[in-house]
Design a binder for this molecule. Sequence first.
Ligand code: ZN
Length: 142
Amino acid sequence: MTNLTKTIKKIDSILELRELNSLIVDRIKSLRRTTNFQSSTEFSIGQTVKINNENIKSNSKLKGAIGKIKKINRTKAVVDFGNIGEWNVPFYLLLKTKEKFNGKKKTGNKCKYCRKPNCSPDPDVLCGDCRETFGHSFYSEL
Ligand SMILES: [Zn+2]
């Protein structure tokens, strides 16, 4: 057990624990602010980035994802993660990477009508061209 944990376990005043809790929350907020501030200038449009797994929930859809920055806002960037889609991601979750962005490589299904990629996990979905031609989204609607 770390010293910090031991110290915390010795506290038995709820008031003190509440104070400690708000101190920690403030510290997290301030760290996030400074990281955001530093980072927004570090990143650029078109850059390949990956999700910093240390700062994200382990069950997150974005865990380990690699993407390309499409737009930079004050505290967040719009990142294209290919198959997972575009996400508005705070800078503290992003790391620059030299790894290749291959988000587009994973294909969806093929259009049942013309065999072109439908870019969807649903095999019943028509490709973009066929959706336009037929005015329907699904093969089963034809
Ligand atoms: Zn098609």
